[in-house]
Write a protein that binds this ligand. Structure first.
Ligand SMILES: [Cu+2]
Length: 529
């Protein structure tokens, strides 16, 4: 009995045990299956996201919709702009400068590796033009024909984009749009007329995020045909972050000599992806030009900070005082001004010791209220042939197969971003709205054209007309800008935080019926950002 009982009990227990085991096995299997389904689904979503966000092998940005290989443009041709598909087709090669001119400024830029030293304890392996970064500052006179012979001695493809210059489309240097990236060992010649005076710059537009960051940039200064001001000292300065912030590749103090009473112009360029806060100590100064374009009747400023965003240029002018020197200082990431790096203008014996570093909270320069208005400038009341609102955003997702941040224009990332079709002679208005604080500033840059800034946060500018090729739209800010469609071609409009551009923040502004033989994507290896 006991035995039976026991065995019965045992049996019962065993049966129950088996039941539990069976149930837990079932539960385990079901959980495993569920988990597997979730994983497969998540994997599929991730895989699909990665795959669908990946650039196609070949994307042709041309607007001649009769081509056999329409690819992505087929979508654009269906966007309802009928003029895109009618009329004679202009090959991009036809959009070029004259072969020769009375005055020609010829340059050679050789892309080559170099080990650069920025001062004690700071150095980097860089990609340079002619062995330095910044590369040589190219000087030309307004109206001259500029030719630049690019020689590539790097192990990667390279192009040169002429930032802010209204070049003919074929000289724009955008890999996959206006040319193929220049392969190692190969050469390419850019040719364009320096129509506008001012401070411009050049940088690679093949893998621009990586290549500009590694040093492939320099300044271009076009002197006015009829100067309206005289500068005794004129120096171009590029800010760039290596392992340390530098002015013209110096992490310490850069000395510029100037005598009392002399006029000095500092042409400042920010080659980084984020804004820098700068100030000038020792004399009143003027902001003479923005992005190469003179401001009307600029007034002296003291105790004022300037925020210079990615790719922007600020020309500062000042007169040397009778005594002492002038210091250009930059703020660190916390907004505190530092003595390194610094630019000292004066006698070579002057030292930074006498300079009083300003506090972080001095007033900010705002071009919306600076200088005097000018009659006849395009303004909010002007007639616009078309107006487009472009919302600037950021989210998490996939960009060209990579998980992480994605930066968007109207909710889409390149190449799915909308294309703006313009016709010669039109005046186009754009409204940039930065509604995603996640992304920070978006310095929006247009190729081949210049923005006339109409309004900031809905309020018309009250001071000087402002022309910029790169408009910095901060979080929750809105900028209204306009541009004349006066340079036919296929042009990029993108964020010049090149990390953002590399992660989707690009679109095209195109004229109808332009064909290009070049393509972006894995087949050609052309990746403009
Ligand atoms: Cu951006």
């Amino acid at each position: 009995m006991k035995k039976i009982d026991r065995s019965g009990q045992t049996d019962e227990m065993t049966t129950q045990g088996i039941g539990k085991k069976k149930k837990s096995k079932k539960f385990f299997r079901r959980t495993l299956l569920g988990l597997l389904i979730v994983l497969v689904a998540a994997g599929s979503v991730i895989g699909l996201g990665m795959w669908t966000s990946r650039y196609p092998d070949k994307m042709n940005m041309g607007t001649n919709c009769n081509m056999s290989d329409m690819g992505y443009m087929a979508n654009m041709c269906q966007m309802g702009n009928t003029s895109v598909s009618s009329g004679p087709v202009i090959p991009i090669a036809k959009l070029q400068a004259p072969q020769t001119a009375e005055h020609v400024d010829a340059f050679t830029l050789t892309a080559e590796p170099a080990h650069l030293s920025f001062g004690p304890g700071h150095s980097a392996d860089a990609w340079t033009f002619n062995g330095t970064s910044p590369g040589p500052t190219l000087h030309a006179r307004q109206g001259d024909l500029i030719t630049v012979h690019l020689v590539n001695h790097l192990s990667v493809g390279v192009t040169i984009h002429w930032h802010g210059v209204a070049v003919p489309n074929s000289a724009d240097g955008v890999a996959g749009v206006t040319q193929d990236a220049v392969k190692p060992g190969q050469t390419y010649t850019y040719r364009f007329v320096a129509k506008d005076a001012g401070t411009y710059w050049y940088h690679s537009h093949q893998e621009s995020f990586e290549e500009t960051g590694k040093g492939l940039f320099g300044l271009l200064v076009v002197d006015p045909a009829k100067p309206t001001t005289h500068d005794d000292v004129d120096v171009a300065l590029a800010l760039h972050s290596w392992d340390v912030l530098t002015f013209n590749a110096l992490a310490g103090t850069l000395h510029i000599s100037a005598r009392p009473g002399q006029w000095v112009r500092l042409r400042l360029l920010n080659t980084d992806n984020y804004a820098h806060l700068l100030t000038l100590v020792g004399a009143p100064f003027m902001v003479a030009a923005l992005d190469g374009h003179d401001l009307n009747q600029p007034t002296p400023l003291t105790g004022t900070s300037i925020s210079i965003d990615a790719a922007q240029r600020y020309d500062l002018r000042f007169r040397m005082p009778e005594h002492g020197s002038i210091a250009l200082l930059a703020a660190n990431d916390n907004g505190q001004y530092q003595k390194t790096p610094a630019v000292m203008v004066g006698q070579s014996s002057d030292s930074l010791a006498s300079i009083v570093v300003p506090t972080a909270h001095q007033k900010m320069f705002d071009f919306a209220f600076y200088g005097q208005p000018q009659q006849g400038t395009v303004n909010l009341q002007s007639h616009f042939d078309a107006t487009y609102t472009i919302s600037l955003g950021a989210m998490f997702g996939f960009s060209n197969g990579r998980p992480g941040p994605v930066f968007t224009l109207d909710g889409k990332s390149f190449p799915d971003t909308p294309t703006i079709v313009v016709r010669p002679g039109q005046l186009i208005r754009l409204r940039f709205v930065n509604d995603s604080p996640l992304g920070g500033d978006h310095p929006m840059h247009i190729h081949g054209h210049t923005f006339i800034v109409l309004a900031k946060n809905g309020h018309a500018l009250t001071g000087s007309p402002v022309y910029q090729d790169t408009v910095a739209v901060g979080p929750h800010e809105t900028y209204d800008v306009a541009f004349y469609a006066n340079n036919p071609g296929l042009w990029m409009l993108h964020c010049h935080n090149l990390f953002h551009a590399n992660h989707g923040m690009d679109m095209m502004v195109v004229y109808p019926n332009i064909s290009t033989p070049y393509t972006i994507g894995y087949a050609s290896g052309n990746f403009p950002d």
